[in-house]
Write a protein that binds this ligand. Structure first.
Ligand SMILES: [Zn+2]
Length: 364
């Protein structure tokens, strides 16, 4: 079987914008800037003078279109400024980056990413999560290669709304538990084995640094915990995703924690704004670890979740146990859990949620 794996390189720290010049100059002179509403203003005063001085031609920034959709990519691919560009810069959050990556893949141009929030690994993965123009998920678009380079401006990430990195933490440590459980007792290919090993850093780095990173955000001051947390969210998780999704399936990359999240997207009154993806997934990991009877890991994650202020019981998400029972069928039918090493049953979920309520009672 043919196997091709590409990862994104990255720069972080004071000379990030100097690296843009040295790394992009060999690629060409014309850049199409694909931007969103919030991220680009946060860094344009640093980026644009450097590009101008180095002689790059950028033209006006191009708005990505509001949703990462194939329709938006079609529109952008028709623009002369995009067609004439030697490279694409994606500057913004996940939707902007996924749009820019998909566009670059379509036109066979190199893409460079400038994440302005640290909520997931979109800046460095070889997949774009695409949506319908109305916002419903359309599915993943697998790309020929990962972005060439991720330029990370910590000051910009530090000033982004707190909820992004707060949520990114849960989605990141989930990678270790979901991947490891999916890989259990299997003869693994080289990419799966490497991905599983790297995923360990998704959990250990969050245990070591996530609370310190939130402190950095709350005090408005950079520290090493912040840097390590950001790099783990953006870079480590992406490497794992790339390695464990070479077959373009969620079999190794996803699990019960994500199945719970996706089932909740179907609950009408669920407040997605207040409870973003990564926070729900972090809650879901505690359910997964209880179902799995992986007690040591459960204790570690529960302790971290409490330190972060993550939900412990459904009520912390604005839900009741009746709401949760109503989505059991959706959880148990999700493709995310089809590769779990044993079938998950309603009784297992009941026992796990009962244990979460015990946990909450003991807290008091
Ligand atoms: Zn996720």
């Amino acid at each position: 079987m043919h196997e091709q794996v590409t990862f994104s390189n990255y720069s972080i720290g004071e000379a990030v914008y100097d690296d843009v010049v040295s790394l992009c100059r060999p690629v060409g002179q014309r850049i199409a800037l694909i931007v969103g509403d919030h991220g680009f203003p946060a860094l344009k005063d640093k980026l644009m003078p450097v590009l101008d001085e180095a002689g790059f031609i950028t033209g006006d920034p191009i708005h990505y279109g509001g949703v990462a959709s194939h329709e938006a990519v079609d529109r952008l691919a028709g623009l002369e400024a995009v067609r004439a560009a030697d490279m694409i810069f994606g500057i913004g959050g996940g939707h902007v980056l996924d749009t820019a990556k998909c566009l670059a893949d379509r036109l066979a141009k190199p893409v460079f990413t400038f994440p302005t929030i640290a909520s997931n690994c979109a800046a460095a993965t070889a997949v774009s999560i695409m949506y319908q123009p109305d916002g419903r998920v359309a599915g993943p678009a697998f790309l020929k290669e990962a972005p060439r380079h991720v330029f990370i401006d910590e000051e910009v990430l530090l000033q982004a709304p707190r909820i992004y990195i707060y949520a990114g933490i849960g989605d990141t440590y989930a990678k270790y538990y979901e991947v490891t459980i999916n890989c259990r007792q299997e003869a693994l290919t080289f990419p799966l084995s490497l991905g599983e090993h790297i995923s360990g850093a998704c959990a250990s780095a969050m245990q070591a640094h996530a609370v310190g990173a939130m402190q950095a955000v709350d005090e408005g001051r950079l520290n090493d915990d912040f840097r390590q947390t950001v790099l783990t969210i953006l870079i480590t998780t992406a490497m794992v995703s790339i390695l464990v999704t070479l077959d373009h399936s969620p079999d190794y990359n996803s699990g019960l924690a994500h199945a719970i999240y996706y089932a909740l997207t179907g609950v009408k009154d669920f407040d997605h704004e207040a409870h973003p993806h990564g926070e729900v997934v972090g809650f879901g990991v505690t359910v997964l670890l209880l179902v799995d009877r992986w007690r040591e890991a459960y204790r570690d994650v529960m302790a971290l979740n409490k330190a972060l202020g993550y939900p412990v019981v459904p009520e912390d998400l604005g839900l009741t146990m009746a709401d949760i029972r109503a989505i059991y069928p959706a959880i148990l039918q999700a493709s995310d859990i089809r590769h779990n090493p044993y079938p998950i049953t309603e009784d297992m979920l009941d026992a796990a949620f009962a244990a979460l309520y015990d946990e909450k009672r003991e807290e008091k």
